[in-house]
Design a binder for this molecule. Structure first.
Ligand code: ADP
Length: 411
């Protein structure tokens, strides 16, 4: 009997035995069952043509499937399976055929068996090596980011924290020297004011660091209460009145549809978020520029936009600026000015803003065609905020989580 006929004859037995016994891995079993007929057809063609290459596509498909499976031990899992598949053919053939047919079949099948084993082993190893390299690359990236974060922290600590400390030290020394002078009143006021400025700046940075850490740990408390967006903006309007004059900026805050409707939210936190966005718009827009706050109602949400005619943001940085320490440019040039043109800061503001908006179930993103200090293409920050007509059921969850938190548990 021809070898191909022998193979046809034992096909049903082989199929039932192989499917029942071999595959503990459900994914490979499924893929095998789907392709078993195909594999067997190709095997018969390979035997008929005495050319094992017709098996390549089906073997490659198995390798791909098994490489996506949960093979974490980085060993070949398919080579032993392929080996067993062929051994089962030999075993069934031995039970079924006489010596002549058997010898003929073995003679034709052995080179194909050896080819398939070699092919699978080689390609599977290639896949495994590729995956290991990919893992190494990802680990490298993660470790670079951690290192960058550390460097950023050192740079923030060195610059942003040291500046107010130097202020405090300088003014305290001057105040001490002043104590020996008789008419101290006026000078003392100046120095005390300097100390207060340094103190306030330090407090702000420490508070930002605490906020960032609460956001990182998902424990930012949100105290829901009735909020009207236009009221939040009225507060900010008062705060920026002098600044817009000093910097000759045209700042418009519109009363858009939806802004006068009540919604539940944390008024203090939302004020903090919008204040940051408007102060940033001011900070990154040159004197004489424009800032427009507008919005529109959407089903269940309100969208607020803060648009400026400032220096803009390169699209490659649109995600990065929302990360902590995600400030752009040279950190040593930062001056900690809150409203001075390009008077950067520690780079925590937008990550806190994002954390606050997301804790409310909202979203924030930026739109800008690019960064250019000469042409000033501007930026538009979009905030999507849910309009909550009722208090959320889980309004106490964050609070209670926070209150009962074990400070050693960082999970
Ligand atoms: P910073 O304390 O440096 O202002 P932020 O987190 O508020 O930190 O912002 C991160 C970075 O995003 C800033 O350093 C700045 O480069 C960029 N940025 C934020 N807002 C604007 C804006 N309106 N126009 C241009 N760049 C902006």
């Amino acid at each position: 009997m021809k070898s191909t006929q022998c193979l046809e004859q034992i096909r049903p037995v082989w199929f039932s035995r192989v499917a029942a016994s071999l595959f503990s891995n459900e994914r490979i079993r499924q893929s095998f069952i789907e392709q078993a007929d195909h594999f067997y057809n190709e095997l018969i063609i390979a035997v008929d043509e005495n050319d094992p290459s017709s098996l390549e596509p089906v073997l490659l498909e198995w390798i791909k499937n098994s490489s996506h499976s949960d093979n974490e031990n980085r060993e070949s899992i398919l080579a032993p399976i392929a080996n067993s598949i062929f051994l089962l053919i030999f075993e069934i053939a031995r039970e079924t055929f006489d010596d002549l047919d058997l010898e003929n079949l073995f003679y034709n099948l052995l080179p194909i068996y050896s080819f398939a084993n070699d092919y699978i082993y080689r390609h599977e190893m290639e896949y495994i090596v590729r995956r290991i390299l990919l893992n190494v690359e990802q680990l490298n990236k993660a470790s670079k980011m951690v290192n960058q974060s550390k460097t950023d922290f050192v740079s923030v600590a060195a610059h942003e924290l040291k500046t107010p400390l130097t202020l405090l030290k300088g003014y305290t020394t001057m105040l001490n020297e002043l104590l020996s002078v008789t008419d101290v009143q006026k000078q003392a006021e100046i120095y005390l004011n300097g100390i207060e400025v340094g103190y306030n700046r330090l407090l702000e940075i420490v508070n930002d660091l605490i906020d960032v850490s609460m956001i990182d740990n998902n424990i930012l408390p949100i105290v829901y209460q009735p909020v009207w967006i236009h009221q939040l903006f009225s507060t900010i309007k008062l705060e920026i009145a002098d600044i817009s004059q000093d910097r000759n900026l045209n700042i418009t805050i519109k009363n858009f549809p939806g802004s006068e409707e009540m919604s539940y939210g944390d008024g203090e936190r939302l004020l903090q978020a919008f204040r940051k966005l408007i102060f940033n718009a001011i900070k990154y827009t040159p004197d004489g520029g424009m800032v427009i706050v507008d919005g529109r109602p959407l089903p269940g949400f309100v969208e607020i936009t803060i648009k400026d005619t400032g220096i803009g943001i390169d699209p490659k940085d649109h995600l990065r600026i929302f990360e902590k320490f995600g400030r752009l440019g040279n950190p040593s040039l930062h001056s900690s000015g809150k409203t001075k043109f390009k008077g950067g800061g520690p780079g925590l503001g937008l990550s806190i803003t994002k954390g606050i908006i997301e804790a409310h179930g909202g979203a924030i993103w930026v739109e800008s065609v690019g960064y250019n200090e000469d042409t000033c293409p501007g930026s538009t920050f979009h905030v999507l905020l849910p309009m909550r007509k009722e208090l959320p059921n889980d309004k106490t969850t964050l609070f209670s989580q926070w209150a009962s938190m074990d400070i050693n548990d960082h999970s």
